[in-house]
Design a protein around this ligand. Structure first.
Ligand code: SAH
Length: 253
């Protein structure tokens, strides 16, 4: 596939960025590498003149940036998300290397939109945000000083994306992604399944929302590994709906 088209399918998602200057730096980092889809989840201050100043010639990306209230909304319609995190999290996807993970990301981008997800400057990504991602990456650093500036972290990953897209290697072949029989389920379709499962498990008493424990994060991680297809989501939701008919709860969203 044309490398420019592949790069245009990669969303850069910033979760709760605090400093407008960093948003501008991110836009510039993206545009230098040929990426253009910026998503901002609950930015503290945006739009802002400081963001425009730091973006220099990449103000067009800021103007087209999509602002959402949740990471789930920013990932809707995409099929694969990579979390950028300086450390391994409890129940999060196993941390991989940037090069290998970006190769996989581009293999997925052959079929659909994908995302790189970055955290807030002070607290990083929450565990909940990480569980929306199917893979995670740490940029190798000096172990005594491992936290990059947000704009720098985006630059490193966008550079990897550009190198991989223009390497001339077909990404799908490189990472052994099986061609989907049915298209990959989008993040919002998987969210729909998880929500449906939660309602049914609550109705049957298997899940107690007052004492949730780690059931939902564990299911989320399972589906993140499974890389469900649309048909498979439909089958699982059909099974859930059939139990609701039996228990008298009827069809639920
Ligand atoms: N203090 C925060 C780091 C915030 S830096 C923490 O401990 O998580 C802002 C964002 O840049 C991070 O959420 C992450 O998405 C990215 N980032 C910074 N350094 C990184 C690294 N070494 N590897 C991967 N991502 C990194």
């Amino acid at each position: 596939m044309n490398p420019e088209v592949l790069l245009s399918r990669i969303r850069v998602v910033l979760c709760r960025p605090s400093h407008p200057g960093n948003i501008g730096a991110v836009a510039r980092a993206m545009k230098t590498m040929g990426l253009s889809n910026l998503y901002l989840v609950s930015p503290k201050q945006f739009p802002d003149p400081e963001a425009d100043t730091r973006a220099t010639g990449a103000v067009d990306l800021l103007q087209r940036a999509k602002v959402t209230n949740s990471l789930a909304d920013a990932l809707a319609g995409s099929t694969y998300a990579v979390a950028l995190s300086a450390r391994q999290r409890d129940l999060g996807p196993v941390i991989g290397q940037p090069r290998e993970t970006v190769a996989r990301l581009l293999a997925e981008a052959e079929f659909a939109e994908v995302a790189l997800v970055f955290g807030n400057e002070t607290v990083g990504l929450t565990n909940e945000e990480i569980l929306h991602c199917q893979a995670a990456v740490t940029i190798p650093t000096n172990p005594e000083f491992s936290s990059l500036n947000l704009g720098s972290a985006v630059q490193v990953l966008c550079h990897e994306c550009r190198m991989a897209a223009f390497s001339g290697k077909p990404p799908a072949a490189a990472q052994g992604v099986t061609p989907f029989i049915s298209p990959a389920a989008t993040q919002d379709e998987v969210e729909g399944l998880i929500g449906h499962m939660e309602s049914v498990m609550t109705e049957t008493g298997f899940f107690n929302p007052a004492q949730p424990g780690r059931l939902m994060p564990k299911l989320r991680r399972l589906f993140g590994r499974a890389r469900l297809e649309q048909d498979e989501v439909n089958i699982l939701r059909g099974i859930l709906a059939s139990t609701q008919v039996k228990t008298g709860h009827g069809r639920k969203g």
